[in-house]
Write a protein that binds this ligand. Sequence first.
Ligand SMILES: CC(C)=CCC/C(C)=C/CC/C(C)=C/CC/C(C)=C/[C@@H]1[C@@H](COP(=O)(O)OP(=O)(O)O)[C@]1(C)CC/C=C(\C)CC/C=C(\C)CCC=C(C)C
Ligand code: ATP
Ligand code: MN
Length: 308
Amino acid sequence: MLQLPDSPRVRTLASLEESYEFCRQITAKYSKTFYLGTLLMPEAKRRAIWAIYVWCRRTDELVDGPQAAQTTPETLDRWEQQLESVFAGHPLEDPDVALVDTLERFPQDIQPFRDMIAGQQMDLYRSRYETFEELNLYCYRVAGTVGLMSTAVMGVDTTYRTAPWDRNTPQGPIEEAIALGVANQLTNILRDVGEDARRGRIYLPLEDLALFNYTEQDLFNGVVDERWRGLMRFQIQRARKFYAQAERGISRLSPDARWPVWAATGLYSQILNAIESNQYDVFQQRAYVRGPRKLMCLPVAWLRSKAL
Ligand SMILES: CC(C)=CCC/C(C)=C/CC/C(C)=C/CC/C(C)=C/[C@@H]1[C@@H](COP(=O)(O)OP(=O)(O)O)[C@]1(C)CC/C=C(\C)CC/C=C(\C)CCC=C(C)C
Ligand SMILES: Nc1ncnc2c1ncn2[C@@H]1O[C@H](COP(=O)(O)OP(=O)(O)OP(=O)(O)O)[C@@H](O)[C@H]1O
Ligand SMILES: [Mn+2]
């Protein structure tokens, strides 16, 4: 029979296998850290995280990627409609096929996904944050939400009790999951200060700059002095508090999720140590964790997942 040429409307979507394979490849390509983390999970959870990763990445690309200049609030509205279609079980594009399957296997609320879109939207019209409270909202939206989505996949330990008399197991370590996302995002912000400044963006709260007598102009000039180091010490300390909060939640996750989460936490938080080793110069040097140290994280994380 004569085949119609490929046209977007009549073309059939990718198969489930193809769609998950695509998600795997994108995750592996864009984030060595998260990909490594997912390899420590059971197959079904691993694939689900890949599907969610790709949706997050695509959302981020709308405001940060090559076509970002054409992105308007309407683009994001359409993206949200596409999301609703996915939640209703109707994929519109190839990567959605895996996400529909993931949401069937690991049912979850649409709100964190909507919040993520709202967070990316903030990047369209904001390039400054006055207070930490404002920055925290941004961090919740673009990263805390990832903690919620991932927790729905990884699952909570149903036998966990804070105390024998505490019969009402709370819904799960929600605050802790958000905290890990926020900690990651704060780390990302500290590592990328220079790169963001070159795009005219400052994520560090302006109230914190003022506290250390450091000006926007200093930041654009990449001034590294005692004021800057004081400011960075303060930011790193804050990020570490979020990691500490997050760590208290890991033992409440289902046992097979603890190792990957400890590993991802260890890998990401070490970027803060790398910034310290670089004497807080995030303008000239990119802080990253060296291969051997990355590898060391795995057995350390495994021990923590069993012992804590
Ligand atoms: C109880 C408890 C501790 C539970 C654990 C919950 C958990 C697994 C939390 C993890 C949260 C997490 C991985 C947050 C990621 C935050 C992040 C990196 C966000 C990225 C934003 C960066 O913005 P920016 O524009 O500054 O950066 P770029 O220069 O563009 O890179 C995002 C890009 C938003 C989109 C997020 C992603 C693409 C990452 C999604 C990651 C996952 C789904 C993997 C989850 C990982 C594991 C190991 C389960
Ligand atoms: N030494 C380096 N100098 C400059 N850029 C680097 C260096 N090492 C890694 N990168 C770049 O930094 C980004 C993150 O790299 P890396 O593989 O270390 O972490 P990742 O886990 O993939 O990323 P993420 O931190 O976003 O999860 C990549 O785009 C990579 O090309
Ligand atoms: Mn981005």
